[in-house]
Write a protein that binds this ligand. Structure first.
Ligand code: NDP
Length: 395
């Protein structure tokens, strides 16, 4: 397998294209398709200049299964990397199924009219993917993605049984704007302004947005306020990690970010339902996206680091133990390499790695899978090779 079709030329898509071009011994034929051709043209030029790799570009509306099927039949890829938005997961999965090609994404399906993540609709493809003998790899970004692989690695090498997992996500970057989001503003703000949720002793416990806060000391960054959020990888990890009693997800936010977000929410700018405005219908959060800086332009001005990892506690040979596995990325270094800030970088690199392992036949089996269901070792090795080194600390 050597022929890939990448759909979505946003901030993350740019990193995926750069990293695939860097690994052109595996990805021999690369096609990038997106709604707006201009960004595809820009990224095509970048990879030609940087790596002397020629890629093909196409425009597509990934909300249309028919358009996707036409494109897949034209490009004839071995696999499709869905780097568009979570709204397109089901149409792209359907088109891959009908054409018999492998599928990968970085984010859980979300219905445009309901700010709720759930794997139900994507897992429902499992039987059909098995029958067609194709693979769907779900959530191959950082979180979800690398965090799932860290959990699988901890389970394989450090524990007989894991009891608790905390996923800890810190972005300490500063882009100099009063307010901007580091990935798609609509997806980001819908996620962050929703109720929190964690899982304990077999049931989900719901919290108000930002109700639970801890202060965590992130290596290479320092102590930061970290707020409990719901995050999609928890839904699959509770199924696949043996003996798990509790799992939580925390993300850092500055007071300034939270104040802006509350203010926007209070005036209705985060609403996802249409409103009438001067005779037109607009969705407030989509209008807000038009006003905010495009995340793919933040790279050059973002300074600082990210640190994302997991803390797992459990039992090994009848003794309690607790380990922390994490990666630290530097926004400016990511920019130098791929013209993108670290949030796009830490998502795009694992998307390329997931695709690489599929293309090499290491992570291929018929059906729909989350990341922790594959052997974590080759993925962990690739993280070190491809720019996301990780560390293990015994706590
Ligand atoms: P962007 O908004 O920057 O990019 C999305 C791209 O998809 C844009 O180029 C957009 O086109 C294109 N697109 C949107 N709708 C369609 C459509 N109907 N047909 C074709 N193309 C379309 O988002 P990001 O790059 O920041 O995020 C990409 C994905 O990565 C998202 O799903 C996000 O949730 C996920 N993500 C995952 C993370 C993880 O760790 N797992 C972390 C961060 C992000 P246009 O240019 O025309 O708008």
């Amino acid at each position: 397998m050597s022929n890939i079709l990448i759909i979505g030329a946003g901030g993350v898509g740019r990193v995926v294209v750069h990293k695939c071009a860097q690994n052109s011994d595996v990805f021999k034929n690369i096609t990038l398709a997106s709604r707006t051709l201009q960004k595809c043209e820009l990224y095509k030029k970048e990879v030609k200049e940087r790596y002397n790799v020629d890629i093909k570009i196409e425009s597509v509306d990934a909300d249309s299964v028919e358009e996707l099927i036409d494109l897949i039949q034209k490009v004839k890829p071995d696999m499709v990397l869905n780097i568009a938005l979570p709204y397109q997961d089901l149409t792209i999965m359907q088109a891959c199924l009908e054409c018999g090609v492998h599928y990968l994404d970085t984010a859980n399906y979300e219905h445009p009219d309901t700010a709720k993540f759930e794997y139900k609709e994507q897992w429902a493809f499992d039987k059909m993917y098995r029958e067609k003998k194709i693979t769907a790899l779900l959530g191959s970004g950082f979180d979800p993605g690398v965090t799932n692989v860290f959990c699988a690695y901890a389970q394989k090498h450090y524990f007989d049984e894991i009891r608790t997992i905390d996923i800890l996500d810190c972005n300490d970057g500063d882009h100099g704007y009063p307010f901007a989001t580091n990935f798609n503003p609509e997806i980001n703000l819908r996620e962050v302004s929703s109720n929190g949720r964690y899982w304990e002793e077999g049931k989900w416990i719901e919290t108000k947005p930002m109700e639970i806060k801890i202060v965590w000391d992130y290596p290479d960054i320092g102590k930061r306020d970290s707020y409990l959020l719901y995050h999609e990888e928890m839904e699959s990890l509770i199924k696949h990690i043996k003996g798990l009693k509790r799992i939580r997800f925390f993300m850092t936010f500055s007071q300034s970010y939270l104040t802006h977000m509350r203010c926007l929410e209070n005036v209705g700018m985060l609403d996802i339902k249409e409103v009438e405005h001067n005779g037109c219908k607009i969705v407030p959060i989509q209008f807000l996206k038009t006003l905010l800086p495009d995340p793919s332009t933040l790279g050059e001005r973002t300074k600082g680091k990210t640190n994302i990892g997991i803390v797992a506690t459990g039992i090994k040979e009848n003794k309690e133990r607790s380990i922390y596995i994490y990666n630290v990325s530097d926004h400016q270094k990511c920019y130098e390499e791929t013209l993108s800030q670290a949030v796009s970088y830490t998502t795009g690199v694992p998307a390329m790695i997931g695709a690489k392992l599929m293309m090499e036949g290491k992570w291929i089996k018929s059906g729909v899978y989350n990341m922790e269901q594959f052997n974590p070792d080759p993925f962990m090795e690739e993280l070190n090779r491809q720019g996301l080194p990780w560390f293990v600390k015994e706590l």
